[in-house]
Design a protein around this ligand. Structure first.
Ligand code: FAS
Ligand code: PHB
Length: 394
């Protein structure tokens, strides 16, 4: 088999890249090691920046999102038992975010790819990439006991943090930056109405909590938990009880609890790969970087990587110009480090660190107090949360 681009991974990055390339007449085959149901079963991001909305619109997959997504113009910071609203729109000249689950984005992308009759090979085992530093790259995989090889012009590594593509790059050609946080997020999805019309980020002496949502009848909650915790240790009652302990009286009063329909613990890390291009291999999304989800940046960074990469690959395949692919890594990393810094800062401000002591809690509360009483401080939070413009760094 031959195609112009082989995309490894059918998460949001791979599917979005496939859709943008298809719209421009560039052929791509996607290889995914899991089943479609498995990919859809992973509950992850929930907040989309305007730039991500624009890229999804360009891909032609924003119809259901515009109908079902929830537009948010602010969120609450909760500390010392009181909530304070960060007016995202008022502080950023009218910008907003959209609450629409990653699962739904992925579903919309899968449906669009299927409707266009494009090739996605699910449950592809033993994917290996070959000769990506030559002019004749290829990707092999096995399915139903048969090994197949696809020759191509370019390989897009959209295979996430544990994927094969980044792992295939010789160590001397790559630099990795990593910080692992001493806690995780226990997440619960429930078919209960959200506790508040906007998100609540809580700094509590007992640890961080986040009240998010997927719709007016489905909520997503997170609790900071020790890395040693196992999800089996947390009954629904224990989760709801601890969440109540970290909320303010009004939210505690309004909280509607119910049976969890998904419950999982995610580790938190900051991670960046430099560069993101190796000959004909390009990394995008979680394959190249990871952020702690506090700043709601992971999926949004993936979307802008993919927008930059699709523009560059279309230029290379259609106009035979390499200017875009030569600039890809630099262009992405300028944006990625900004989002990494904000995600690290917001995580450091909102979570309880094992070694911070009581004075550390006081420092965090004092910084939060400054942020909500200073227009400059609040604008700092708002500008970073709504995200950078697409042409940032140009
Ligand atoms: P993904 O990891 O989503 O997709 C990679 C795909 O490649 C997967 O389908 C995988 O099966 C496939 N793959 C891997 N190895 C392969 C191989 N060898 N061959 C073929 N296929 C292979 N972001 C937020 O903004 N907010 C959040 O709240 C949030 N919560 C998260 C919770 C968890 C547990 C995790 C892991 C991430 C979370 N993120 C969050 C970040 C997340 O949303 C990512 O940014 C997003 O999934 C990135 O999408 P992809 O780059 O497509 O990577
Ligand atoms: C979510 O809804 O999953 C979510 C929202 C905001 C975050 C992280 C996760 O910062």
């Amino acid at each position: 088999m031959r195609t112009q681009v082989v995309i490894v991974g059918a998460g949001p990055s791979g599917l979005l890249l496939g859709q943008l390339l298809h719209k421009a007449g560039v052929d791509a085959v996607i290889l995914e090691r899991q089943s479609p149901d498995y990919v859809l079963g992973r509950i992850r991001a929930g907040v989309l920046e305007q730039v991500t909305l624009d890229v999804l619109a360009q891909a032609g997959v924003d119809q259901r999102m515009n109908k079902e997504g929830l537009v948010h113009t602010g969120f609450d910071l909760l500390f010392k038992g009181e909530r304070h609203r960060i007016d995202l729109s008022g502080l950023t000249g009218g910008q907003k975010v959209m609450v629409y689950g990653q699962t739904e984005v992925t579903r919309d992308l899968m449906d669009a790819r299927q409707a266009a009759g494009l090739t996605t090979i699910y449950e592809a085992d033993d994917v290996q990439i070959h000769d990506f530093d030559s002019d004749h790259p290829s990707v092999s995989y096995s399915k139903n006991g048969k090994t197949q090889t696809i020759s191509c012009d370019f390989i897009a590594g959209c295979d996430g943090f544990h994927g094969v593509c980044r792992a295939s790059v010789p160590r001397k050609s790559i630099q990795e930056f990593e910080k692992v946080y001493p806690f995780g997020w226990l997440g619960v999805l429930s078919d209960t109405p959200p506790v508040h019309e906007e998100l609540i980020y809580a700094n509590s002496p007992r640890g961080f909590a986040l009240c998010s949502q997927r719709s007016l009848t489905r909520s997503r909650y997170y609790l900071q938990v020790p890395l040693t915790d196992k999800v089996e240790q947390w009954s629904d009652d224990a989760f709801w009880g601890e969440l109540r302990n970290r909320l303010d009286p009004e939210a505690r009063e309004n909280l509607v609890t119910g049976t969890s329909i998904e419950k999982s613990i995610a580790p938190l890390r900051s991670f960046v790969t430099e560069p993101m291009r190796f000959g004909t291999l390009f990394l995008a999304g979680d394959a190249a970087h990871i952020v702690p989800p506090t700043g709601a940046k992971g999926l949004n960074l993936a979307a802008t990587d993919v927008k930059y990469l699709s523009d560059a690959l279309i230029e290379a395949c259609v106009e035979k110009s390499h200017a875009g692919i030569d600039h890809y890594s630099t262009r992405c990393l300028a944006r990625i480090w900004r989002a990494e810094r904000f995600s690290w800062w917001f995580t450091s401000l909102m979570h309880r660190f094992p070694d911070q002591g009581e004075i550390g809690q006081k420092f965090q509360e004092a910084e939060l107090d400054y942020l909500i009483h200073s227009e400059a401080g609040s604008r700092t939070v708002a500008e970073n949360y709504v995200g950078l413009p697409l042409n940032f760094g140009e």
